[in-house]
Design a binder for this molecule. Sequence first.
Ligand code: FES
Length: 168
Amino acid sequence: MSEKKHQVSRRQFLNYTLTGVGGFMAAGMLMPMVRFALDPVLRPADETELVQVVSVDEITDEPQRFDFKIKQKDAWYESEETKSAWVYKEGDKITALSPVCKHLGCTVGWNNDPSNKNRFFCPCHYGLYEKDGKNVKGTPPLAPLDVYEHAVKDGYLFLGKAKPRGEA
Ligand code: FES
């Protein structure tokens, strides 16, 4: 091999240098644009605001199902989603449970199984929960129903996100 092959010509040196500098400048111009485009995706999701659901006067000690709508923002897309909650009170304490079964996500009902009075029942695989949302051992669900964060204001119940027990 000749020694000439290992040398970088002036033309090659200029090519490498200009390519490197050009690439660096292009990256400097593109990065802000990419950052701007991805910003809504990278930003943490907004905490769902509490939504007015029902007058506290309508809440009884028997769980009742209430539907409500929440606004959802997924990056650039905003939508409305209908949610449900099983709500009851014991004295002044209000409990709002998610109807989503912790087994595979079917919807649980209250007192909808004649052989299991005063329990939440999931018809998909016969899952059972006590009134307070705790899963009945020996049935498919392995965790209690999620609990909605809630607040009472001006005589109305407001609900937020449903969270696993312990987080709520
Ligand atoms: S989805 Fe509820 S028991 Fe399976």
